[in-house]
Design a protein. Structure first.
Length: 558
């Protein structure tokens, strides 16, 4: 039996199937990462991003196709992690915009939505690279548009999309030499294909995995604003706004005539009642979280726009003592600045020592994350809001976090810029160039230029056998990475570190900063330091205990 029209309810089922299939195969996608470093980024990031989108769809059920797609786009946007997650969110953001008014879609409309998603994703990437998830999405959408000219069956259209997606994925090694050299297909493209295969399986009534996506009891976007660990930064008497107030406003047509809902005005009006305000809206509902001393007045204001549902008010002062002892299972969040600062600098780092290093040179907040754990757009937005500054500068310090940071900068209120730092040394160099006496544009120019003043080297280990750029790499070998490229390997960590330093240091080098990780021994640190003192007497050496995982040494040469 053919399906000639698709509604929001059926599309929601497709989304759950796509998320489940990707989740079941996330490890496989991780294994396709070209670099043999212990990161596991792509599958993990796409899985977390898609799961966030699927949860949002479950929490906003609708038979309207456009509204279901909008819920998916919103969940993906706020949950997007890493480049792969951000690109996935952009694919469905453009998809959603193309059909936002459609209650149901035909094959032609569905194909056009996939194509619109591709256009959105390509625009979001500064320098699109073919042979990646973008190519797979583009080829599949092009095939869909072509097939839809003759095909009216949604199932057969989805079959064409999956078939072309598989063919495009198989071609990715021909477009990216590094994929061919290693003998794998693109990991992001494979992740997207798993989503599309899940869509198709649901349409055909097939089961691809037993993994299910379960909706949380509360909206993730609202709960994220009220982590218990925040309580550990204050005394009970310091809680200025004592009632955590959460509710949703279901818009009503008669009230809309007198009070048309404008999210910016709604947020601005509510801000007078307290802090930690979060407002998220779509065409039907506005979700609100706020800390206030007058929860009744907040609810009364919300009623101007419609009926109140899912209301919850908690006395935070009463809860504070027990919450203080329940922080172990939550990520520690920075305290909220009560007075708005002129500038706030949010940076990302792995390792307690590196975090302290960033704070010592001026960072307002440090988000825990890096190579193995890319923070989401929402994580960055939350950190920015807690900094409470008029102007915000974000330093991602990892190439896989830059797009999520840029997306966060677009979402938040106020002025924000992203300095595209790809490494910890670049982030520190950029931060040292910050001048609080100048404007945001001037700082953006100077801090971006400072990225070129430092060279970065890293020592880590290989998680599998491979061959890259003519270098044979065996599992558990130590690798020397310079500016993101593997330049040498070795069986001994100290020897590998010496070899990497010899490649990095030249006649113009003046300062070497050694940041050693949690697996580097005291003897190894002393050995590397002695090597520098004996062979490079003109280079000043600074040593810091970064306590970072996975990377035994991070070298910064200026």
């Amino acid at each position: 039996m053919s399906i000639t029209s698709l509604d929001g309810k059926r599309f929601a089922q497709m989304i759950q199937a796509g998320a489940s299939h990707l989740s079941a195969n996330a490890q496989m996608v991780d294994a396709l990462n070209v670099f043999p470093v212990p990161d596991g980024d792509t599958g993990t990031n796409m899985n977390l991003s898609m799961t966030s989108g699927a949860k949002e769809v479950q929490q906003q059920p609708s038979e309207h196709f456009g509204k279901t797609a909008a819920a998916l786009a919103k969940g993906l946007l706020m949950g997007a992690r890493g480049n792969s997650g951000v690109i996935l969110s952009q694919l469905f953001r453009g998809f959603s915009k193309a059909i936002e008014q459609k209650e149901t879609v035909s094959t032609k409309e569905l194909a056009q939505a996939f194509d619109a998603g591709v256009q959105s994703a390509y625009k979001a990437v500064m320098k699109p690279v073919e042979g990646t998830i973008l190519t797979v999405a583009k080829d599949a959408a092009k095939k869909a548009v072509s097939a839809a000219k003759k095909q009216t069956d949604i199932v057969q259209l989805m079959e064409a999309i999956v078939e072309e997606g598989r063919a495009s994925l198989a071609r990715t090694p021909d477009l990216l030499p590094v994929l061919k050299e290693v003998g794998v297909v693109d990991s992001g493209g494979q992740g997207l294909l798993f989503v599309y295969e899940g869509f198709l399986a649901e349409l055909k009534g097939e089961k691809l995995s037993n993994v299910s996506v379960s909706a949380p009891k509360l909206d993730d976007l609202v709960r994220a604003e009220h982590h218990k660990s925040v309580q550990s930064f204050m005394n009970t008497e310091d809680i200025e706004f004592g009632y955590c107030t959460e509710f949703m406003v279901k818009f009503e047509a008669d009230k809309a005539k007198a009070n048309p809902f404008i999210e910016e005005k709604f947020r601005e009006d509510l801000s007078q009642y307290g802090d930690s305000l979060l407002v998220i809206s779509d065409d039907e509902i506005a979700k609100v979280h706020i800390h206030s001393e007058q929860p009744g007045e907040v609810l009364t204001y919300g009623q101007r726009y419609g009926s109140l549902i899912s209301m919850k008010i908690e006395n935070m002062r009463q809860q504070h003592t027990e919450l203080l002892f329940d922080t172990a299972q939550h990520t520690e969040a920075p305290p909220v600045n009560k007075e708005q600062q002129e500038y706030g600098i949010v940076t990302v780092a792995m390792g307690e020592g590196i975090a302290e290093l960033f704070k010592s040179v001026g960072a307002s907040a440090v988000i825990e994350g890096g190579q193995t754990m890319n923070p989401s757009t929402e994580d960055i937005v939350r950190a920015v809001e807690k900094v409470n500054a008029k102007k915000v500068i974000i330093l991602p310090n990892n190439k896989n976090i830059i797009m999520a940071a840029e997306q966060a900068a677009e979402v938040i209120d106020g002025e924000a810029i992203v300095i595209p730092s790809k490494t910890v040394p670049q982030g520190i160099s950029s931060l040292l160039a910050f001048n609080p006496e100048t404007g945001l544009k001037e700082n953006e120019s100077v801090m971006t230029a400072a990225l070129k003043n430092v060279k970065t080297g890293q020592i880590t280990f290989a998680v599998r056998d491979t061959s890259i750029d003519g270098i044979e790499i065996a599992k558990d070998d130590f690798m020397g990475i310079q500016e993101g490229k593997i330049v040498l390997t070795g069986k001994d960590r100290k020897t590998t570190a010496e070899g990497l330093l010899e490649k990095m240091i030249d006649d113009e080098s003046e300062i070497l900063t050694i940041i050693y990780g949690e697996d580097a021994t005291e003897e190894e640190v002393e050995h590397v330091t002695s090597f520098m003192e004996e062979n490079y007497t003109d280079v000043e050496v600074e040593v810091h205990n970064g306590k970072q995982p996975l990377y035994s040494f991070i070298f910064s040469v200026e």
